[in-house]
Design a protein around this ligand. Structure first.
Ligand code: LLP
Length: 439
């Protein structure tokens, strides 16, 4: 992903490690995450296993808050539940006072189950179903981010029927190129998301008169894994212009939702410079006198999680294949977006050994089940553990049980302790819900 900013050089194992301070290497214990040896996790819980670091998540959340605070900005963070929706993760963000950005009733109910108040949630998405809208209103959802005129009418009708007022923001499509992978860009006119800027003034005025609706402001989200503040600057400038012209028309605008999308360094590219990003927010929208919201997902949880796997075997077939017990059904990103994830061996001795190219693959019967091509790695004997890095966001949430592979276990690290948060699925659970129609 974001190939444009890669140097083209493969980062060395030591460079990947050095760029990730939550990881340390010990001569005896090998690779540790938040001080916990990954070999011990694999011994205790088996592999493949997701390993999340609560400390890393809290630190990343705090860093984002600090960047805004340094600009004297009050930005309400609504964690994008889609990035990692595990209850234990949502609980971490509830404890630090975050709200939630949800895109389905399932996400809303998950976040409620984790104790996040519905009024502290924004509901985004192009296709909110009637039943979902009804349930969200019944729960007391804080804000709908409206993606079309049709949806606005639908929500007005439902809210009126329920004798309730829905608070809404209009999601403006700013037609800005976020410079990210085509499959995760959302802010171009050709994308299915949001409302064209030209249509916003008319729709806003209509929303202000519709029964069952209170229109508060604007929302935008231009894409994901954005590494430079520039596209944000363009989009936020357009949003600020829109706020000013709506006000000039006599409309009240009190909320601006800045969306998510802050990118991280997967390869050797630096992640978003938070100070520069916060400065852009300050410059473009800091003086508008609106309540600012933001919906980050990946930035907070991506580097705070990894997928720990074991080597099943190395296959020599012209080229070397390292076959893992993890597959595309766990971590889908390489198959879906050609995403690059760092792969580190867990044993210390392997870090300095001679490396040769290998394709790192899973056992699923698809050629796309490939985590890395021509990756420089040492000899990795059967049973050796490897960590697939930066898998805390869009990892477990996008997994499936394809090839009848039971769902992997998940472990949360906090204060140097590991706790099981998802048990490994038993094979018989795979078909537990299935019905034989002719018994
Ligand atoms: N708000 C809205 C309206 C969104 O659509 C998204 C992500 C976010 C916030 C959070 O974006 P983040 O801060 O995490 O970039 N599966 C893809 C990413 C899809 C993102 C979809 N929308 C991947 O693995 O890269």
């Amino acid at each position: 992903m974001a190939d444009a900013v890669f140097t083209g050089q493969e980062p060395e194992l030591m460079d990947l490690l050095a760029a990730r301070p939550a990881f340390t290497m010990h001569a005896q214990d090998g690779l540790c995450f938040e001080g916990v040896p990954l070999n011990a996790i694999a011994d205790q819980y088996g592999t493949p296993v997701w390993v999340y670091g609560a400390g890393s998540m809290q630190a990343r959340y705090a860093a984002l808050q600090a960047a805004f605070a340094a600009q004297a900005l009050d930005v309400h963070i609504h964690y994008a539940v889609k990035a990692n929706d595990h209850l234990a993760i949502l609980d971490i963000f509830r404890r630090v006072g975050a709200g939630a950005d949800v895109v389905s009733l399932g996400e809303l109910l998950r976040a409620r189950r984790a104790g996040i108040a519905a009024e502290n949630m924004v509901y985004s998405g192009v296709g909110k179903a009637e039943t979902e809208i009804e349930a969200a209103l019944a729960q007391g959802i804080g804000q709908f981010n409206i993606e079309s005129a049709e949806e606005l009418d639908m929500i007005s009708a439902i809210a009126t029927r329920m004798r309730i007022t829905a608070t809404v923001a209009l999601r403006m499509n700013p037609d800005v190129d976020a410079g990210t992978h085509a499959k995760i860009t959302t802010g171009l006119a050709e994308n299915k998301f949001g409302i064209a800027a030209a249509d916003i003034p008319g729709l806003y005025a209509r929303a202000a008169t519709l029964p069952g609706i209170t229109v508060r402001g604007l929302a935008l989200h231009i894409g994901s894994q954005i590494l430079s503040p520039e596209p944000y600057a363009l989009a936020y400038a357009k949003a600020a212009d829109m706020v000013r012209s709506l006000r000039a028309q006599g409309q009240e605008v009190t909320v601006l939702d800045l969306g998510g999308g802050i990118g991280i360094g997967y390869h050797d590219e630096p992640g978003m410079n938070l100070a520069a990003f916060a400065a852009v927010v300050k410059r473009e929208v800091g003086g508008l006198g609106v309540k600012l919201l933001m919906e980050p997902g990946r930035y907070i949880v991506g580097p705070a999680g990894l997928l720990l796997a074991s080597v099943v075997l190395q296959k020599q077939a012209g080229k070397r294949f390292v076959v893992l017990d993890a597959a595309m059904n766990e971590l889908m990103r390489p198959a879906m977006y050609e995403a690059w994830h760092g792969i580190l061996p867990v044993d210390a001795v392997l870090f300095h050994g001679p490396a040769r190219p290998a394709d790192v693959v899973g056992p699923v019967c698809e050629s796309a089940d490939c985590f890395a091509k021509n990756r420089m790695l040492p000899d990795l004997a059967t049973g050796t553990r490897v960590a697939l890095l930066d898998a805390g966001a869009y990892g477990a949430v996008m997994s499936s049980s394809y090839n009848a592979r039971p769902r992997a276990a998940a472990v949360l690290l906090a204060d140097g302790q590991s706790r099981l948060i998802t048990p490994r699925q038993r094979p018989e659970d795979l078909w537990a819900d299935e019905i034989l129609p002719y018994p």
